[in-house]
Write a protein that binds this ligand. Structure first.
Ligand code: GRF
Length: 218
């Protein structure tokens, strides 16, 4: 069974959904450890309460990004994971770090990439007036939020939404999408061809997009 290390910086709800999906038998990986760059990340306690080893690599204790990334890589490599999962990990990683884990470093981003890379995605989606928003699971490459897309989930933007309401609607989908995408990877069903992700033949292509029904559009 593939093993994974999950990196977090904060509340860890995606991490919790992954751990819970592993626990209920629907995600065939072993979560070897949860690492955080912030000692006060609430997700650390959640992981510990579910019996997962945790470790902090505090970025404020290092002189710069290279030194921090080297310490982080050392902490990760101690668990020899097959998959490194970013789940709300809020540090920009150096190219060397990204290349070290190339092809097995996966992130979830709260927008339908390539729209809205970076921060404040929900407010920016509202400001642009888009009618469909969502989240993306992708392989990490040196260009921020631009790696090959594994799967996406869409949600409608509804009248009266503010960033918090829209974020909550997207987050619900994140919690479904991330375990699914990691499962495909863990089962060896994904390959990257010409910078695009292909799923194996058994997989229905339609599953790459999760979308709830929009009541007005039935
Ligand atoms: C999520 O919206 C994720 O897409 C983004 O950061 C947020 C982390 O939330 N990368 P949580 O810590 O998983 O609750």
């Amino acid at each position: 069974m593939k093993s994974t290390v999950i990196l977090i910086s904060g509340r860890g709800s995606n991490m919790a959904s992954l751990i819970d999906t592993v626990a209920d038998g629907s995600l065939p990986v072993r979560v070897a450890a949860v690492l955080s760059n912030r000692p006060d990340a609430p997700g650390l306690e959640i992981a510990a309460s579910r019996g997962i080893p945790t470790r902090v690599v505090d970025h404020t204790q290092y002189s710069g990004r290279e030194a921090f990334d080297a310490a982080l890589a050392e902490a990760i490599d101690a668990y020899a994971p097959d998959i490194v999962v970013l789940a709300g990990f809020l540090r920009i990683l150096s190219d060397d770090f990204v290349m070290r884990y190339a092809g097995r470093l996966i992130n979830i981003h709260p927008s339908l990439l390539p729209a809205f890379p970076g921060l404040h995605t929900h407010q920016r989606a509202l400001d642009e007036g888009v009618r469909i928003h969502g989240c993306t699971v992708h392989f990490v490459t040196p260009t921020l939020d631009h790696g090959p897309i594994i799967a996406q989930a869409a949600v409608p933007v509804l009248d009266g939404d503010d960033a918090a309401r829209l974020a909550a609607r997207v987050l619900e989908m994140e919690h479904r999408l991330y375990p699914l995408a990691i499962r495909w990877f863990a089962e060896g069903r994904l390959s990257v061809v010409d910078g695009r992700v292909a799923l194996d033949a058994e997989q229905d292509a339609a599953v790459k997009l999760i979308s709830p029904r929009v009541p007005e559009c039935r």
